[in-house]
Design a protein around this ligand. Structure first.
Ligand code: MG
Length: 374
């Protein structure tokens, strides 16, 4: 473990907040951001939003909330190993999915399709951009500003991807997408921690649901390798514990590899400040060998879990619910509190998207039932 490195984000050198505020007492600026995220409404709604399995399919499956906590846990370990600011990494991780729609990617894809079809001028729906909208505008908790008024560094980390069209409208924050620069290392590792978390917990949830089997996963090299190593140590281990041990050692392998490889990249490029990090090539990365293995696992999950017939059935139902709600709100703006937006189709479509994106799975299902089955 090392202290805060010179290439880390330092809270006292933050590029600041959009609305100037007195510095926090008893906490640093990034702790304040982390605390504001935990206290906001959108954070609590994550509990009832799908990761892969719809929230009511079973109490043991990950939701967006437990996913975000797992991402934060992995990211904090990485931050400590690399001399980065742990509170900032935690804030970015906890906020990274705040803009997610109900029903996971299915909900997001359908909302984007509706926006493009019914309000082509509005510029579609992007979930990363929506996470930023939540913290910049949509939360209504503070007397003097909309949103949470987070530091530039936290917002930079939340905006993981962004289309060129939107980047051009985001000023300083969007500039890196146009100039092809990197975000801070805290943001880079939060992003990779997201990948480590979902690849591993989706195996766990996939096996728990019966959609994946251990035998089937043996075709994936990283799983097979750890399966063999665990069985060598514990030849008679029952399945539940076997899966638990494999996943824990895969996460550990990925975290150690990412730490070592990133330290090697840092030694090679020698960034001295976070601006050096932003100008350098992407420094946080797995070794090429582990990158290949992680990609193989992702492809396996895509083929066998995310496109499994049972998941696809849920996906098409979810898309229908989102589409029908969108159209209902469009035709009957009184259903939205913001019906004064009626005269401005772009703002109206955006208000519908904000409202729909904020819904939990069960709220969307209930709202759909109320509108269409009574
Ligand atoms: Mg995520």
């Amino acid at each position: 473990m090392m202290g805060l490195a010179s290439y880390a984000c330092h809270p006292e050198r933050s590029r600041g907040r959009q609305h100037p505020e007195a510095p926090p007492q008893g906490r640093n600026q990034f702790q304040r951001d982390r605390d504001r995220i935990i206290h906001c409404n959108a954070f609590r709604l994550l509990e009832y939003k799908t990761q892969v399995f719809i929230n009511h399919e079973g109490d043991l499956f990950r939701t967006r909330l437990t996913h975000s906590i797992e991402v934060a846990q992995i990211a904090r370990t990485l931050a400590r190993n690399l001399g980065l600011h742990e509170d900032l990494t935690e804030a970015i991780s906890l906020a990274h999915d705040l803009g997610h729609t109900p029903f996971g990617h299915a909900g997001q894809d359908e909302l984007n399709a509706c926006m493009n079809e019914f309000a082509p001028e509005a510029g579609g729906f992007e979930h990363n951009l929506q996470s930023l909208r939540v913290v910049d505008e949509l939360e209504e908790r503070y007397a003097e500003f909309n949103g949470l008024n987070l530091c530039f560094e936290t917002r930079e980390g939340i905006l993981k991807h962004c289309s060129v069209r939107h980047a051009a409208q985001l000023g300083e924050l969007g500039a890196r997408f146009l100039e092809k620069r990197q975000p801070s290392l805290e943001a880079q590792i939060a992003n990779l921690a997201d990948e480590i978390a979902y690849n591993n917990h989706d195996i766990d949830d996939g096996i728990r649901s019966g959609l994946l089997s251990v035998d089937q996963l043996l075709e994936v090299r990283i799983f097979a390798r750890h399966h063999e190593a665990v069985l060598r140590r514990h030849p008679k281990l029952e399945r539940r514990r076997l899966v638990g041990e494999i996943i824990r050692s895969m996460i550990n392998t990925l975290v150690v590899d990412l730490t070592e490889n990133t330290l090697a990249q840092l030694a090679e490029h020698k960034p001295e400040t976070v601006d050096d990090v932003r100008a350098a090539p992407r420094l946080a990365a797995f070794s090429p060998e582990l990158r290949r293995e992680a990609d193989e696992l992702k492809r396996f999950l895509m083929r066998n879990l995310y496109r499994h017939a049972r998941v696809m059935r849920m996906t098409s139902k979810a898309r229908r619910i989102v589409r029908e709600l969108f159209i209902a709100f469009l035709q009957e703006p009184r259903l939205l509190a913001d019906d004064y937006l009626r005269d401005d189709p772009v703002r109206q479509a955006r208000a519908i998207a904000d409202y729909l994106a904020g819904m939990t799975d069960r709220y969307a299902i209930q709202e759909h039932r109320n509108l269409f089955q009574m």
